[in-house]
Design a protein around this ligand. Structure first.
Ligand code: SF4
Ligand code: SF4
Length: 485
């Protein structure tokens, strides 16, 4: 099948050492800190109490609204309590977690399996995904049932995303090699849910073993396997849609509006487990990589496992260890400590050595070389966006398309002046979101104030009307002829 070349992008060294050893399961840790926010949207509300015994798969957090997702116990054991803890959230604030001590028995509470999913109505499958807390495991962690819900745009093509383009991250590669049958079955299941006539499963062309495993697993199915060029950010939703279909998902539109839906390979496998095995999403594959760890590998881990336990399972720190990152080198989040739990979005733990860190000199003035614009996959002008943010010109940031920045980090990566462009864009987005919130708060206050003023005017008018009526009644009484009752 012919593919298209998305604008911008860069070929980065894949460095997939973590995919070399076969995928293995992490032994159950002594303690889990299961975050109640593991998805886009509001945190789930805890629905267990300290001292309670839970079974693996029991719901311990209730979704708070449609864009929130349920959270389940990854192990049977005892709830120690609900604690506030650093979960490596980009905003930096600690958030509530269920602290759980596994009992080592791993007694399960599964949902009824639905092996005959091919005859199940899409609504039944979507309800199961919601019940199981399945969210997008490619990083967006948006609730999958919501992402795939009918929205007036029929889907003709489902794209299953195995293009794991950030260097070092190898969890999807490891999953596709070890569980290719679950990935392909999950892809068919989601294709059935969406009514898609075409299912494209994209894998980067350097993932030879994954391609072989998937070729065997997809034999006899309608899935079309496509090897896409190894080029960052190939795994970005808009970039992959363009590469496979030539459809440009423009600013302010979604792939769904073009008849395309995109899910990650791990999401497809999780959907299959939820439907066919009745298992809620309680674990995921995580890569542990970098020269700061003795044995880079990919592990299937219970959600809520601490980074420290993952590093230990990967052979522990080497003397070269300098920095911890949750996620990849381009879009990941630096961690101050290894006492942070891994949630549904946690695809990689990087332990970087000094020579793997990019030397960051002082920020220099822009020399207008245009490199940042050349690599930007969103066709933005990063140097102009940067100038607009520094000037606080929020109208210009809108005009320049700040909202379309996918925070891939390429502009900052190539900038010879060491300008922290992507950090500034994150700041700019946060600032604009805050301003929008403030504007909304001011609008609501104005509406409330105006409603109160209107009520006061109405009450005053009613009082005056009552007064006038009383006065009129008194006048009528005075005017009445003597002897009348
Ligand atoms: S890459 Fe850096 S120096 Fe070059 S134009 Fe962009 S911001 Fe300026
Ligand atoms: S971080 Fe944003 S502006 Fe920079 S290259 Fe990526 S999409 Fe473009």
């Amino acid at each position: 099948m012919s593919t298209y070349v998305f604008p911008g992008g860069l070929r980065l060294d894949p460095r997939k050492q973590a995919s070399r050893p076969p995928l293995r399961c992490l032994p159950m840790p002594a303690r889990l800190l299961v975050p109640l926010l593991q998805h886009a949207g509001s945190p789930a509300r805890a629905c267990v109490a300290a001292g309670e015994r839970v079974l693996a798969g029991k719901r311990i957090g209730e979704a708070d609204g449609e864009d929130s997702a349920h959270v389940h116990a990854p192990a049977s054991g005892q709830v120690l309590g609900i604690v506030t803890h650093d979960i490596g959230h980009p905003a930096g604030q600690p958030l509530p977690c269920v602290e759980l001590v596994p009992d080592g028995r791993q007694d399960w509470q599964r949902m009824p399996p639905l092996p005959a999913w091919r005859t199940s109505p899409p609504a039944t499958l979507a309800a199961r995904l919601r019940e199981a807390g399945v969210v997008g495991l490619g990083g967006a962690v948006f609730p999958t049932d919501r992402k795939l819900a009918p929205d007036g745009f029929p889907v003709h093509t489902l794209i299953v995303n195995g293009a794991e383009c950030e260097p070092w991250i190898a969890c999807d590669d490891a999953l596709m090699r070890a569980r290719a049958d679950q990935v392909t079955a999950g892809s068919e299941l989601l294709g059935h849910l969406l009514g898609a006539s075409r299912i494209l499963l994209a894998v980067e062309d350097h993932m030879r073993e994954a391609l072989e495993a998937l070729t065997d697993a997809a034999a006899g199915t309608a899935i079309e396997l496509v090897a896409v060029p190894t080029r960052y950010p190939q795994g970005g939703e808009r970039q992959l849609v363009y590469t496979l279909t030539g459809i440009e998902v423009g600013a302010g539109t979604t792939p769904r509006q073009h008849g395309v839906a995109c899910v990650n390979v791990a999401t497809a496998a999780a959907a299959w487990r939820a439907v066919v095995l009745g298992e809620p999403l309680v674990s995921r594959v995580v890569s542990v990589a970098g020269r700061g760890v003795a044995g880079p590998c990919s592990l299937e881990v219970p959600l809520g496992t601490l980074v420290a336990d993952l590093v230990e399972a990967a052979g522990g720190y080497t003397p070269a260890a300098q920095r911890l990152v949750l996620g990849g080198p381009m879009m990941g989040q630096s961690l101050a400590s290894d006492q942070v739990p891994v949630g549904k979005s946690g695809n990689c733990v990087l332990v970087l050595a000094a020579d793997e860190l990019r030397a960051r000199g002082p920020e220099l003035p822009c020399i207008r070389c245009g490199e940042c614009a050349r690599v930007c996959p969103a066709r933005l002008l990063p140097q102009q966006l940067d100038a607009a943010i520094r000037a606080g010109d929020w109208v210009a940031t809108s005009r320049l398309g700040l909202a379309d920045c996918i925070e891939c980090g390429l502009c900052a990566y190539v900038c010879p002046s060491q300008i922290p462009l992507v950090e500034r864009f994150r700041f700019g987005k946060g600032e604009r979101a805050w301003q929008a919130q403030e504007a909304e708060r001011a609008r609501r206050s104005r509406v409330l104030f105006e409603a109160r003023q209107a009520r006061l005017v109405r009450e005053q008018a009613a009082r005056e009307a009552r007064l006038r009526a009383r006065e009129a009644a008194l006048r009528d009484d005075d005017d009445a002829p003597a002897g009348r009752p």
